[in-house]
Design a protein around this ligand. Sequence first.
Ligand code: P6P
Length: 349
Amino acid sequence: MTLGEFIISNQKAFKYSSGELSRLINSIRLAAKVVNHEIRKAGLVDITGAAGDINIQGEAQQKLDVLANDLFKQTLINREIVCGIASEEEDDYVIVEGQNKTNDNKYVLLMDPLDGSSNIDVNVSVGTIFSIYRRVSPIGTPVTKEDFLQKGSEQVAAGYVAYGTSTMLVFTTGNGVNGFTLNPAIGTFYLSHPNIKFPEIGKIYSVSEGYFTHFQEGMKRFLVHCKELNKEDNRPYTARYIGSLVTDFHRNMLKGGVYIYPATAITPNGKLRLLYECNPMAFICEQAGGKASDGFTRILDIKPSELHQRVPFYCGSKQLVQKAERFMSEFSAEEKPYYDMVSNNDNTH
Ligand code: P6P
């Protein structure tokens, strides 16, 4: 089955959708193919050096970062499907108005257009991450920041493109997770991984252990636990860390494992962004039977307060995430990150 056939056959499952969500997924498919083409030739064309600009994250923008951001943004704008876009590469959200200067579209899209881009120059896999919400502001009016600051539990769709040994589009619309692999010869995505489920028990842990000295006590104890010999508990576990969230997550979802980017003394809220990295990956993770938290609180329950907000991120096989959370609550409960946890029910529409 091709991605196009899958979308048509699941149209009715796209709740609330009058075909707009299908068209939105289709536009992501097109942009993913174009970005994939640019990435595959990056080593041959001098577009992998830093673009010279510094983005809001304070990081040197790789040219492919900029290119991927512009390609996804332009594709979405041209098709007039969304009323607004937020991106890791954009300081603020982008208002999308139709030809007739209206905002009749009902979705907003948030994205990390090229996550792990620092790996590009060394030929390591990278990814695109996207998250889709129905707007909460009135249709026909300009999109507002509140449309982007919804809790992750309000997402209608989320997914990623993994530019690895093959290029895969993996997404959910709230009815499970499906993976599609690109046949580059004909430019078609085929359903290769239907109904993906996280193995309940895994033995892979993905953590940037170079920061061990800066980790909280609970995190240090969890890592020591992962390395101890205990045959009944299948330990020592296996360390696998690529430094590319999409790739580490994808491998762990297929084989069983946990990805953790915790709070550190240097980055007290971790490194990953809530809106366009953690929320979409958490939605996919839960739809595949996994668990995602900040070490204490479910990611999808966190009420965002700003576009580029960071949160600690624990995500993967339920049993491993729960084990890490137990260490955090036993040894680091007083160091819980603080968020605006007001359950803002009037946000749900
Ligand atoms: P570190 C890439 O920049 C990223 O956002 C994730 O894809 C990756 O898991 C993490 O940061 C790597 O961070 O600090 O280990 O280099």
